[in-house]
Write a protein that binds this ligand. Sequence first.
Ligand SMILES: [Mn+2]
Length: 326
Amino acid sequence: MWTDIDRIIASNQTFVITSHIHPDGDAIGTELALCEFLRARGKDATIINTSPTPVIYRFLDPGGMMRAPASQEDLPRITAADAILIVDINDWKRLGMIGDTVRTSPAAKAVIDHHPYQDTIVPTTVIDVKASSTAELMYDLITSLGGPLTRPAANGLYTGILTDTGSFRFGNTTPTAHTITARLLEAGVQPAAIYDFVYNQNSEARLRLMGRVLSDMTIAYRGQVAWIVVTQQLFKETGALPEDTSSLVDATLTIAGVEIGLIFVETAEGTIRVSLRSRGRQDVNKIAGALGGGGHRAASGAVLPGPLDDAIRRVTGAIEATMNAE
Ligand SMILES: [Mn+2]
């Protein structure tokens, strides 16, 4: 599986590693593990990302080896690299600002990913949609090529598997994911410490916002649909920021009997951002699609014109129609 990538690594000296915009724990963790591995083998490796590294993942990179967010100064390095290794994405556009430079660089290129795909963007591609995470594939690459698997690399890979499996609860939590996780713990990963870095970083404002929106939650359709609403007024009163609303919707699906959970967020421009989540039976991608948005079966979103009450009526009306159609 790794023959072609092994050849690229063996026959080149300077490497650029990159991943998608708005990188998640899998993207960042996999990049750092790969960078550690290449450097341990005496290679010159640099991580360059279009987006900044989310605060909750900066613990993985205490030495600041990531160049993120990328600037114009980073582009010549991409053009001059011997090889570019792209992880957790198989799409030029989702590389953001550096995408065109990566695409046109004469460097050897490889993609390592686990997302469903139509076409490959480079000839050397390893995509395994059965892998829980790209971190899982990176573990296989590093160990298949004889290591070393350093402690910082193990931390990155563990973070990737932890976050992409939703803390080992999504359907992609396989025996392989757990087996690799066991090997990472043997390499020195401390699960409690990593969990704390990733998940226990709320601001006071976010908790206050959460309390307010949950106490005003609406439950409808015989307890099957629950929604919460964040107004501009609520942002002002709690001091919370738009990014503090991320994953708040998940709380609605923790209620027994709720099949669809929603969050409506009023933006500063007056539009309404709705995120939909399904426990699994309902396809919220269809509902979002009918509203001009999209996503996946279990998680989707759309942006609607205001005012808030109109947007709520439109979305809940679409949900009612779907549920009645069953
Ligand atoms: Mn991933």
